[in-house]
Design a protein around this ligand. Structure first.
Ligand code: NDP
Length: 407
């Protein structure tokens, strides 16, 4: 039996549960039973109903505040899953890890812990749990989404099959989708805006180089999307890649944003709506960014109107494995918003995160990846994960480029 409990009923949780249900029909030994728990049970029920209608598989649903460790531990003990898949928000990572330790359950997530009062996403809080997970014989897998997640698996696949060493690595994240709204974020607005408004940081010759947010821009022609402006940003996999690809001279992360998104964000920042410190409004404290989230469209509501494609991948330059000198490879996935919606009822940003979360869970539950302690995705054999990407909706392609990026 390999029961799984998913926590979080947003777009990512929805995709992961739909994909787990698809697999449970053909390989019940991997996902023998699926439960989903979240703060709002009605959202879990809606996902369970969609899964039942699409696949015939029954998913059990529960309400839970994942920051309440005793309540969460009691729920996990009652359900008895082998693995908890955390698809709630980064704020809940540590409490869910505590409940997994208390109940002897393996753990997986897609985004590293962030304290609420500081937009500082770093791995050290979760790496600090390594010995406690190891002592209990448990495994925690961090960052099994697309970025972080697939982008790190892509890197390790290139290191295994194409490049002996990686000198430079650029991760290019393009969402070429159009949701028809003047302004909306394609995953949780609070987390998305905290990420985008944080200073940019890239790794250069063994140190972090910090630049103001959204100030370094390049234009890149993405297959399936066309030319887009992309901006240098900090993204959490740069920290784990700097650790697990220690020879890299330079690691950068780029994300595309349209002019309308930048204009809206600039105004919102200028008027103080992206602040994460409390302000007093009508006698009570509110966090402006949390209020903004409440008035923006829910990312999970954008699926039915979103058209276009995402194109996310890595360009890596280094010494070729076959001894033929320095080579540059581009490895990426292109995902269609409408196809993703047709299959799961969610747009491609949720899809490209939920599928790798399911695959990471399958790696753990099937025993393809195992270990005792806290691990990043770079620490495992990329081949079985890459194989499942091809078979479960996120096919990838790799090609050699004429030379390194010119910027
Ligand atoms: P959503 O905001 O759509 O969903 C989050 C869900 O978590 C909601 O159902 C929410 O409940 C629930 N939740 C929030 N707080 C609690 C709590 N205290 N207890 C229980 N449930 C809670 O987010 P997404 O689905 O877009 O994203 C989910 C996660 O995936 C995030 O951590 C995000 O950072 C990560 N992500 C990772 C990516 C990657 O490539 N690695 C890319 C995109 C996202 P309620 O509905 O009641 O608010």
């Amino acid at each position: 039996m390999s029961k799984v409990l998913v926590i979080g009923a947003g777009g990512v949780g929805s995709v992961a549960v739909h994909k787990m249900a698809q697999i449970s029909k053909v390989q019940p030994e991997i996902f023998s039973h699926i439960s989903i728990a979240s703060r709002t049970k009605a959202k879990c029920d809606a996902i369970a109903e969609s899964v039942r209608a699409r696949t015939g598989v029954t998913v059990d649903t529960y309400t839970i505040d994942a920051e309440d460790i005793p309540a969460l531990s009691a729920l996990i003990a009652r359900i008895g899953p082998k693995l908890v898949v955390n698809l709630a928000l980064p704020y809940q990572d540590l409490t869910i890890m505590e409940a997994c330790l208390a109940t002897g359950t393996h753990y997986l997530d897609t985004a590293n812990y962030e304290p609420r009062d500081e937009a500082k996403f770093e791995y050290h809080w979760q790496w600090a749990y390594h010995d406690r997970f190891r002592e209990k014989g448990l495994m925690a897998l961090l960052g099994s989404g697309f970025d972080p997640g697939v982008t790190s698996v892509f890197t390790m696949w290139l290191k295994k099959h194409k490049l002996k060493t990686i000198r430079t690595l650029d991760i290019l994240d393009c969402n070429g989708g159009d949701h028809g709204q003047p302004f909306a974020t394609n995953f949780n607005p609070e987390i998305n805006i905290r990420e985008v408004t944080a200073p940019a940081r890239h790794w250069l010759n063994g140190a972090w180089v910090e630049t103001p947010a959204m100030t370094i821009r390049e234009n890149f022609d993405f297959e399936g999307v066309g030319p887009k402006n992309m901006y240098l940003m900090y993204h959490e996999e740069l920290e784990s890649l700097a650790r697990f690809v220690p020879e890299a001279e330079r690691l950068r992360f780029w994300m595309t944003f349209g002019d309308a998104y930048i204009q809206h964000l600039t105004v919102l920042q200028n008027v103080g709506m992206t602040r994460i410190d409390p302000v007093i409004y009508e006698g009570r404290e509110i966090i402006p960014l949390q209020f903004l989230k409440a008035v923006l469209p829910e990312p999970s509501s954008l699926g039915s109107t979103t058209t276009g494609k995402t194109n996310i991948g890595n360009i890596a330059t280094g010494e070729a494995l076959d001894g033929s000198g320095e080579k540059t490879f581009y490895i990426n996935n292109i995902c269609d918003h409408e196809d993703a919606f047709h299959e799961t009822g969610n747009q491609a940003v949720s899809y490209t995160t939920g599928v790798p979360a399911m695959i990471g869970a399958a790696m753990m539950l099937s025993g393809a990846w195992s270990g005792e302690g806290v691990f990043n995705i770079e620490q495992f054999d990329p081949d079985p994960f890459m194989d499942m990407l091809n078979r479960h909706g996120l096919p990838w392609q790799v090609k050699e480029l004429a030379g390194p990026l010119q910027f």
